[in-house]
Design a protein around this ligand. Structure first.
Ligand code: PLP
Length: 396
C-alpha cells in the first residue's frame, strides 16, 4: 500500500527534530555532524540567531501581502543583491526550479521582443541538474530525470560537459537563445567548470549575442568562497538562478538579471503568489548581510583549505574506499572506489551526514560557519565510516 507521503524519495531511516549550527539531533537524541546542510541550504548552520530573529520579528509583524503591493523586504533584498552582484534587477520565487523556469522565459522573451522569436533554443550540458519541473527536466535532459515523463518540452539542446569545441560549434546555430550552465555541477557529482571554460562561454555569448544563464543554486551564496562561483573566473552572466543558501532553510529563490536581459519582462509577464513574501525576504536579507560582511568569505576560504587538507589525509588513508577529492571551497566531492551510497550509509552509522552525488561521488557541503574543531570531528567520523567499510569488505 502506498505511504501517506508520496514515496518519490528513498529516505534514510532518520528523523531529525532539532538543529544547532553544524549539528542535527535525531528523535532518539543522537547528534549528527551535518556535512550536507540540507544539500547546501543551511549555509549559516541551523538556527543561526540572526536568521531566527529576522524570521520571528517578521512573523510578528506581517506574513503575507501579495505582489499586488510593494513588499519592503523584497525591495531591501533586491537592493542588496544588486549592490553585490552583476545584476540590475531581481525577481523572487520560492525554489530553484522556479528560478530556472523564469530564466528560460526571460531568455525567450528577450529574443521575441528583439523580433527574432526563432532564437529560442537553450544549450545545456550532460550531467546538469536544474530542478524537477517538466521544463527543468527537459532542460537537463538526463534519462534518470526524464524517463517516463514525456512529452518533454522542446527547445533544449544537450551538449557534452566540458567539451568547448562541441559548444563552439553548437553556439553557431541561428536559433540559440542562451547557454545555461552550473559553474560547479552539484547533483552531477561536484564537477567544476574550469575558469577558462567559463570565460570561453562568456566570449561565445558576446560573439553570438546568446545570453549566459548561470545556475548558482547550489554553488552560489558563498559556497565556493566567493559570493558567487563565477566570480573566480572574472566573468559575469546575463541571468543567474539563485536559491538554497539564500534562504538559509526558508524556501526562497531569486532570478538575477542585467537590465538588458530583463527588458522584455514587463508587468503581466510573470508572477508568483508567494515569491518574495515578507518572511522569505526578511530571512534572505539576514543571510546576505551575514555572508557579505567583512571577513566572512575569508573565513569560508580558510575553513575550506583546512577541510581539503584534512580530506587529503582521509583519502590517502583509505585508498580502497576513496580515489580523490574535487570541487571548490566548501563544495567538495569525495570520489569513491566503492558505491557512494555505502559511504553515505556508513556515515549515518558514524553519525555524520553527507550527500550522494552523480559520478559515484559523496558530496560534502557543510555550513559555511562550521568550525575547525567540527571539521576535525567530521573527518574522524568519515574515517570511522571508511574503516567500517574496509572491515566489512575484509570479512566478506
Ligand atoms: N539547480 C541546481 C544546481 C540544484 O542543485 C537544484 C537543487 O538541488 C535545483 C536547481 C533545483 O532547486 P529546487 O530543488 O529548490 O527547486
Amino acid at each position: 500500500m502506498i505511504t501517506p507521503v508520496l514515496p518519490s524519495y528513498s529516505r534514510a531511516p532518520l528523523s531529525f527534530v532539532k538543529g544547532e549550527g553544524a549539528w542535527m539531533i535525531e528523535a532518539d537524541g543522537r547528534r549528527f555532524l551535518d556535512f550536507g546542510a540540507g544539500i547546501a541550504v543551511t549555509a549559516l548552520g541551523h538556527a543561526h540567531p540572526a536568521l531566527v530573529k529576522a524570521l520571528t520579528d517578521q512573523a510578528n509583524a506581517l506574513w503575507h501581502t501579495s505582489n499586488l503591493y510593494n513588499v519592503p523586504g523584497q525591495q531591501a533584498l533586491a537592493e542588496k543583491l544588486v549592490d553585490h552582484t552583476f545584476a540590475d534587477t531581481v525577481c523572487f520565487c520560492n525554489s530553484g526550479t522556479e528560478a530556472g523556469e523564469l530564466a528560460i522565459k526571460m531568455a525567450r522573451k528577450y529574443w521575441h521582443e528583439k523580433g527574432q522569436p526563432e532564437r529560442n533554443v537553450i544549450l545545456t550540458f550532460e550531467g546538469a541538474f536544474h530542478g524537477r519541473s517538466t521544463g527543468m527536466i527537459s532542460a537537463a535532459g538526463g534519462e534518470k530525470l526524464t524517463k517516463g515523463f514525456g512529452p518533454l518540452l522542446p527547445g533544449f539542446r544537450h551538449l557534452p560537459f566540458g567539451d568547448h569545441d562541441a559548444l563552439t560549434e553548437a553556439a553557431k546555430a541561428p536559433d540559440i537563445a542562451a547557454i545555461m550552465v552550473e559553474p560547479v555541477q552539484g547533483e552531477g557529482g561536484i564537477r567544476p567548470l574550469s575558469d577558462a571554460c567559463l570565460k570561453g562561454m562568456r566570449d561565445l555569448c558576446d560573439e553570438t549575442g546568446a545570453l549566459l544563464i548561470l545556475d548558482e543554486i547550489q554553488c552560489g551564496m558563498g559556497r565556493t568562497g566567493k559570493l558567487f562561483a563565477h566570480e573566480w573566473a572574472g566573468i559575469s552572466p546575463d541571468i543567474m538562478m539563485v536559491a538554497k543558501g539564500i534562504g538559509g532553510g526558508f524556501p526562497l529563490g531569486a532570478l538575477l538579471a542585467t537590465e538588458a536581459a530583463a527588458l522584455a519582462m514587463t508587468p503581466g509577464t510573470h508572477g508568483s503568489t508567494y515569491g518574495g513574501n515578507p518572511l522569505g525576504c526578511a530571512v534572505g536579507c539576514a543571510v546576505v548581510d551575514e555572508i557579505t560582511r567583512d571577513g566572512f568569505l575569508d573565513d569560508v576560504n580558510r575553513r575550506a583549505g583546512f577541510l581539503r587538507q584534512q580530506l587529503e589525509g582521509l583519502v590517502a588513508g583509505h585508498p580502497d574506499i576513496f580515489t580523490g577529492i574535487r570541487g571548490q571551497g566548501l563544495m567538495l566531492g569525495l570520489m569513491c572506489k566503492v558505491p557512494n551510497l555505502d559511504v553515505v550509509n556508513a556515515g549515518y552509522d558514524a553519525l555524520v551526514l553527507t550527500v550522494p552525488g552523480g559520478d559515484n561521488v559523496v558530496r560534502l557541503l557543510p555550513s559555511l560557519t562550521i568550525s575547525e574543531d567540527e571539521i576535525m570531528q567530521g573527518i574522524s567520523r568519515l574515517d570511522a565510516a571508511a574503516t567500517a567499510l574496509e572491515r566489512r569488505a575484509a570479512a566478506e
